[in-house]
Design a protein around this ligand. Structure first.
Ligand code: SF4
Ligand code: SF4
Length: 450
């Protein structure tokens, strides 16, 4: 089970400088966006909404906390004003208060606590920063790939196996150690040893990459469905703003059942997202059927997450094609259901350029519609992008460098690493928000050091 999050640490003295500069700089940005309330909805309407996906099954509270902190501050730094954080120059601009709009995490109380702790620490560092919505992800069908965990018994692993499972796992969720049994083990005497460890359950997010690489077919995937009663309890918390329901498109019965069980709590959240794959010609009919189930009972905003190639954004350029193709097809459908539309599944640093080529980046359509009302205002056809594996990978590279000294790592205690992580996060969030162009690298450099 994930560790219980610890309370935020005292504010570092050096963060006060960041806070002061940002508060002054943020005024004009806030004034400009005052007409869009809540600001997350403004972002969806403009087409610059960004969601961080921590992973529907990723439950490592320490990593989730640090990721949430970094991506909440991802827009803090831009090249106009200068301040200092522990001897390192930061540049802070009036576009500095908006970073990700939403952080999507497992529907688990510890994980939700970790996300909120990360956001809390970010707002202690820069109080003017926009607090992202916290979204919990659930499924109506155990066949959804996001809701599974890899499993195997390490004692079944032959000692001469080169452990490709460990190498291929993008989450460092497999750890195997060879230990001696019954006397000193030597390489030439493999019978006197065994493997210990296996899958670190809270880190496994079900990507499935370890399954085909095992030469002995020892790994199995165990699927599950999030408990709707526990989910309802989460929705009643005042630190949960949105829910995402993953559905496989294989029929509406399971969605209907889940929707019924959440009905007592669903209006506690501001937004309901439905994540679904492209199921071809019947996609729009299926979406309209889902919309018909939701519409009479929900008073908030609704969003469609177009899930292209699940959990693949860290693989490379090709991974993003499916979600952009999905968006192109939806854009051509006049009978698509009301609501905001957002990309996911294979999203990475190439997604913006692909969307631009398809003429869908922040392009406008009429009219925009929310679940319970028709909004006669202009609205971007694609409201934004959700980043998962790629977002975790680029910041995770830095998180892994932080020395583990006293148990749980707090990225804010290591300003050099925090800056490096912010640079990575900004390289992804910045192009969507318009802070930096999609082809440029972000602006913090070690050369900025005095
Ligand atoms: S399913 Fe993916 S995340 Fe889980 S252990 Fe296998 S490779 Fe790692
Ligand atoms: S690849 Fe298969 S046999 Fe080899 S260590 Fe991993 S799970 Fe065990």
């Amino acid at each position: 089970m994930p560790a219980v999050p610890v309370p935020p640490p005292p504010l570092l003295a050096s963060h006060a400088a960041v806070r002061a500069a940002s508060a002054a700089a943020s005024h004009s940005r806030r004034a400009r966006l005052a007409g869009d309330k809540p600001p997350q909805v403004g972002a969806l309407r403009r087409g610059d909404w960004v969601k961080l996906i921590c992973g529907a099954s990723f439950e490592d509270a320490a990593d989730v906390r640090n990721l949430s902190l970094v991506y909440t501050l991802a827009g803090v730094i831009s090249p106009i004003q200068h301040t200092k954080l522990d001897g390192i120059h930061l540049r802070i601009t009036d576009s500095s208060v908006f970073a990700v709009d939403c952080i999507d995490c497992a529907a688990d109380a510890s994980v939700v606590g970790a996300v909120n702790e990360g956001i809390d620490v970010a707002t202690l560092i820069v109080p003017a920063v926009q607090r992202p919505w916290v979204m919990v992800s659930v499924n109506d069908d155990c066949r959804d790939l996001h809701f599974r965990k890899a499993e195997f018994d390490p004692e079944d692993c032959p000692l001469d196996c080169p452990k490709p499972c460990e190498k291929v796992c993008p989450a460092d969720a497999i750890s195997l150690e060879r230990v001696s049994v019954g006397g000193d083990h030597t390489r030439s005497d493999p019978l006197h040893g065994k493997y210990e460890g296996g899958v670190i359950t809270e880190r496994c997010y079900g990507c499935g990459r370890c399954l085909p690489v095992c030469p002995y077919d020892r790994i199995r995937a165990v699927s599950y469905v999030r408990d709707p009663t526990m989910t309802s309890e989460l929705l009643k918390r005042n630190d949960v703003d949105a829910i995402e329901i993953h559905t496989t498109g294989k029929g509406t019965d399971m969605f209907n059942t889940l929707w019924d069980s959440l009905s007592g709590a669903i209006n506690n959240v501001k937004l309901v997202a439905v994540s679904l794959p492209d199921i071809g010609k019947s996609t729009v009919d299926f979406m309209n059927a889902i919309y018909t189930i939701m519409e009479p009972h929900f008073q908030g905003y609704n969003l469609w997450q177009l899930d292209g190639r699940p959990m693949s954004g860290d693989i490379g350029r090709g991974a993003t094609r499916e979600t952009v193709s999905f968006a192109v097809r939806m854009a051509s459908m006049s009978d698509r259901p009301p609501g905001f539309y957002q990309l996911a599944g294979g999203t990475n640093s190439y997604t913006i350029d692909c969307l631009k080529k398809a003429d869908l980046f922040q392009s406008i359509t009429l009219p925009g519609t929310a679940t319970s009302q028709t909004i006669r205002s202009r609205q971007a056809l694609i409201g934004g992008i959700a980043y998962g594996g790629y977002a975790r990978k680029i910041v995770g590279r830095t998180l892994r460098k932080v020395p583990v000294q006293f148990g749980c790592v707090r990225i804010e205690d290591h300003p050099d690493h925090l800056l490096e992580a912010l640079e990575e996060a900004l390289s992804l969030v910045g192009p969507v928000k318009g802070y930096i162009s999609s082809s440029s690298k972000p602006i913090m450099r070690q050369a900025d050091r005095p």
